[in-house]
Design a binder for this molecule. Structure first.
Ligand code: UDP
Ligand code: MG
Length: 309
């Protein structure tokens, strides 16, 4: 029998959990070939989420849960779920039914066809405010320009993965994880499933502007060291500008026209500022290497091989 673990991060989801459980049950009934375990991760909820999960577990041996000591965020909840998973196939989906469990059979079929990952991709923006859509578009544009992984703006955390992919994700020991980027980083053959945005079945979204901004910053900082090297470029530009300025002043002077000594002071100031920025950027360039080394991401990930040890 094939094994499947479904990871469900939950933060204050008491309102939606019974609906979610019912929907998943319905889907699982159509998948008799899979021995499924539901791994709920209670991310420090302050409502009855944990009690609800305990109730599910008491009546259903396929339900497993773990509960955090406080709210650590969805990224940590997903990581805990991945670490707890043991099945050959692992899925992640939100508790609020925005990630429709009804898509699971199709996703599993794609994996059987030979894909390593079956992932959902948002095709519309229903139910999202214009501001959120704009900011999100801007984030992906900036992030994809600055970083060396390509993150699809529609890519969602909703996916089913083979064990080899989960192992690759877990081999990355970095903290403050930006899982969307890590999914891209590890690669593997992915089939995308167009997925329509639906409103939450019950309860409220847990994201606010501050949380989303911090998430966006984490995404860029985890995958780009450009911000550390930026002063080097700024300093270089400033020094170049100062030299050009000096050249112009010199030419004017050589043409016999008088020039104010203020220009000399400005040129020295610009050169000095540029030199300081360059020095900071140089430190940044070294720090970026330390950062890369500390993250200790693998230089490559093997999908399969027939090498014998
Ligand atoms: N979530 C979590 N910890 C948090 C915030 C959210 O585990 O700190 C879970 C939440 O319970 C839900 C999923 O992550 O299952 C997505 O959250 P939400 O629906 O609030 O966000 P959105 O749909 O806007 O991405
Ligand atoms: Mg949601």
């Amino acid at each position: 029998m094939k094994t499947l673990d479904l990871i469900v991060p939950c933060y204050n989801e008491q309102a939606v959990l019974p609906l979610f459980y019912e929907a998943v049950q319905k889907t699982l009934q159509t998948l008799p070939d899979y021995q499924t375990t539901l791994i709920f991760v209670d991310d420090g909820s302050s409502d009855q989420t944990l009690e609800t999960l305990q109730r599910f577990a008491a009546q259903d041996s396929r339900v497993r849960y773990l509960s955090f000591s406080r709210n650590f965020g969805k990224e940590s909840a997903m990581l805990a779920g991945l670490r707890a998973s043991t099945a050959a196939l692992v899925g992640i989906l939100d508790a609020d039914l925005q990630h429709s469990p009804a898509l699971l059979p199709e996703m599993l079929r794609a994996i059987e066809e030979g894909y390593d990952v079956a992932a959902a991709k948002r095709v519309d923006r229903t139910g999202e405010t214009k501001l959120k859509s704009r900011l999100s578009d801007a984030f992906y544009k900036v992030a994809n320009r600055m970083t060396d992984v390509e993150i699809d703006p529609g890519a969602q955390d909703f996916r089913v993965m083979k064990r080899v992919v989960v192992d690759a994700l877990l081999s990355l020991g970095e903290h403050r994880r930006f899982t969307k980027g890590l999914f891209s980083f590890v690669g593997f053959r992915t089939k995308w499933f167009p997925h329509e945005n639906t409103a939450r079945a019950a309860g409220e979204a847990k994201w606010n502007f501050k949380k989303l901004f911090a998430y966006a910053c984490d995404g860029i900082l985890a995958f780009s060291d450009l911000p550390l090297r930026l002063p080097l470029y700024a300093g270089g530009a400033l020094c170049g500008g100062a030299l050009l300025y000096a050249l112009i002043v010199l030419i004017v002077r050589l043409c016999g026209k008088g020039v104010s000594s203020v220009h000399a002071v400005l040129i020295v100031l610009l050169l000095l500022g540029g030199a300081i920025l360059c020095a900071i950027g140089l430190l940044g360039a070294y720090l970026a290497r330390v950062y890369t080394q500390v993250k200790d991401r693998p230089d490559y990930i093997i999908r399969e091989s027939n090498l014998k040890r």
